[in-house]
Design a protein around this ligand. Structure first.
Ligand code: PBG
Length: 332
């Protein structure tokens, strides 16, 4: 054939392919989400998340040292709260000695340069598992009452040493309220990673098992659709994310990642802020399950899924594969 363009010339050899590769993953792209549990026992496996553990404080500190040595620069901490500390008011969220704050202080003392992200939402602390306080009739999450708890909660996290607080609750106006509260408390250096486009996703299932926030036993699956985004809505997601930027967020996030790459790519085009994407528990679990069944190659699908998230526009990727991925990158 007489062809003026033969695109395959750019794919002829490994060296040519490397020369023209557009994006690469590196350990500093990755943030490791870590589950913290009370006590000082051994790491506790999570059934639906093979390779992920609930860590006690000593285990958490050891893990953070290893992650730092592998080139991981950020961790996102999620506490597993014992049922007896949960109530309708989420009062444990404002306990200055609660588990996640002790975890922040321990990690900061041991690996001071590691960037700590903490989750700002009430679901670890409410009996019902919602991200906020309920209205008096119990039929919905009360936006403004919830924000009134989130703002002082963020200040406690900043004072404990969190580098970024990460509101994952999807209440309206929480970014501005948190920014104002942080500044009023003199915590001007603490950043906000806003879970800006967080969808009401069924892919969070394994996470809710991991932290025990699925709601009381025997109750219906939690419905968070009055605050998390409708998976059908891209325009609404972009509008909500841009509002977080206006309110003072330093970093914006899209979550889940893989099923929402179109949202990520469009947000990349609409903002100059760095973007994060969260490859959530269900995205991790589906690759692990298929690999266990012998149906997919774990390493290749992991690499491809993460590269796709980066290509779509993520600067930072929260992923349960962070440690394995960084280890493999270091050995490559
Ligand atoms: C709660 C929160 C959730 C996740 C992170 N923070 C669950 C939810 O909204 O119900 C999910 C993360 C994952 O699935 O890996 N604020």
């Amino acid at each position: 054939m007489k062809l003026s363009r033969r695109p395959r010339r750019l794919r002829r050899s490994p060296a040519v392919r490397e020369l023209v590769q557009e994006v690469y993953l590196q350990p500093s792209d990755l943030i490791a989400p870590l589950f913290v549990r009370p006590g000082d026992g051994a790491p506790e496996p999570i059934g639906s998340m093979p390779g992920v553990f609930r860590l006690s404080l000593p285990g958490l500190v050891a893990e953070c040292r290893e992650l730092w040595a592998l080139g991981i620069r950020g961790v996102a901490l999620f506490p597993v709260t014992p049922a007896e500390l949960k109530n309708a008011h989420a009062s444990e969220a404002l306990n200055p000695d609660c588990l996640v704050l002790r975890a922040v202080r321990a990690v900061k003392a041991a690996v001071p340069e590691l960037v700590i992200f903490t989750d700002i939402a009430l679901d670890p602390y409410t009996t019902h598992g919602h991200d906020g306080l309920l209205t008096a009739d119990g039929t919905d999450v009360d936006n403004d009452a919830t924000v009134a708890v989130l703002a002082p909660m963020a200040v406690l996290h900043a004072q404990a040493g969190a580098d970024f607080v990460a509101p994952s609750d999807m209440m309206d106006g929480r970014v501005a309220a948190i920014r104002n509260a942080l500044d009023a408390a003199g915590q001007t250096g603490t950043g906000i990673l806003a879970y800006s486009a967080k969808f009401a996703s069924a892919f969070y299932g394994p996470f809710r098992d991991a932290v025990g926030s699925a709601g009381a036993a025997g109750t219906r699956a939690l419905d968070k659709r009055t605050y998390q985004l409708n998976p059908a809505n891209r325009r609404e997601a972009i509008a909500d994310a841009l509002l977080d930027e206006q309110e003072g967020a330093d970093l914006l996030m899209v979550k889940p990642a893989g099923p929402y790459l179109d949202v990520l790519a469009e947000l990349r085009a609409q903002t100059r802020l760095p973007l994060a994407a969260y490859q959530v528990s269900g995205e991790y679990a589906q690759l692990q399950a298929a690999a266990q069944a012998g149906w997919l190659d774990l390493r290749q699908t992991r690499d491809e899924s993460l590269l796709a998230i980066k290509r779509a526009g993520a600067d930072l990727i929260l992923t349960y594969f962070a440690k394995e991925m960084a280890g493999d990158l270091a050995r490559a």
